[in-house]
Design a protein around this ligand. Sequence first.
Ligand code: QZP
Length: 413
Amino acid sequence: MNTPTLDATTTTAPPAGVPVVDIDPFSDAFLTDPYEAHQRMREAGPVVWIPAYGIYACARHASVHAVFNDHATYISGAGVGLANFHKEAPFRPKSLILEADPPSHTKARAVLARILSPKTVMQIRATFTAEAGTLIDRLQARQATGETIDAVKDLAEVYPLKVFPDAVGVGEAQRENLLLYGDMIFNSFGPRNERLQKSAELVQPVTAWIMAHCQRENLRPGGFGDLIYQAADAGEITHEEAPLLVRSFLSAGVDTTVNGIGNAILCLARHPDQYAQLHADHALARPAFEEALRFESSVQTFFRTTSQDTELFGVPIPKDSKIVTFLAAANRDERQWPEPDRFNIQRRPAGHMAFGSGIHGCVGQVVARLEGEVVLTALAKRFSRIELVGEPQRRLNNTLRALASMPVRLIPA
Ligand code: QZP
């Protein structure tokens, strides 16, 4: 349980005219199963008030979309977590892209967008595909000797930890540090609860490793990391900014796809009729991954801060207010999606919020989609079914819908 000083103990009086929804979106119960509380928030209105943290919240697709697409009013520079950087110091130097606004954001974004472009995906596609095949062949061989495969520990964590740091240009040793770091970063967008404290303790010894791997001498020439330094050489950014932009790769590039892939496999294991369709038609891998992102969004929440007094769907919001957007709730809004609680890989869920929207929309999404597609394709080719042989365990995180383990039996086709 959370200790009182760290938890949501004080409640702030609700501003007049805003529906109050009395939930704690960072409690164990909420994080274990958020969907009923999402529904309550959506029903209450496009903008609601969460007294436990004294914050505004959007859970409908229309209001989440509106916030993300007015970046001048709903800024990122004061932090995209609960903490308001105008009132408290950030716990690490601010990200130059995530926790920034135009014009400085624009420059950093341009560099990352070029490195993570569709052209890059064409270049890495063959390698990413081959690695998925190799890994899954190995898992099939292990399973044939009687071993139980854990779709999280043996697959969803292993695959991104192989291909993404390879692409960034990080050496093989101690890559698991990236998972510990990610867990802490994504907890840090929530309150300073016990969950954050625990992961911050665990990450202490790996911070130096992370920072060292943001330095040019530790990055393979030609990898994504080195390309950032080449952008600095070309004068697009400064050499002081380069390591911080590499840090964005190391912060955002692993835990997100680990859980995107894990959640997608879990959806397919729990919906055998849907997996059967994918098995019959591998071209459904991409839409299936997309639907899994909608259905179980890896990134559940993000915050913005108002730069001025404003009004959202008739609700007045004062300057310097924190607003939490529930991406995962927007992705199941019945105002947007027919039968939102049905996992249906034939759906083409264009406009889902799992990658955000607007100028901060995920800059790595083409790489994330590539990873999801090739892993699901490799599974679909080899196996006719994915059976759960034990209860999947969640790893509770203040921001991520994350999994700790998922024992499976992969039934060869
Ligand atoms: C985390 C950074 C889902 C995203 C917000 C993940 C993320 C993106 C960027 C950074 C960290 O720039 O450090």
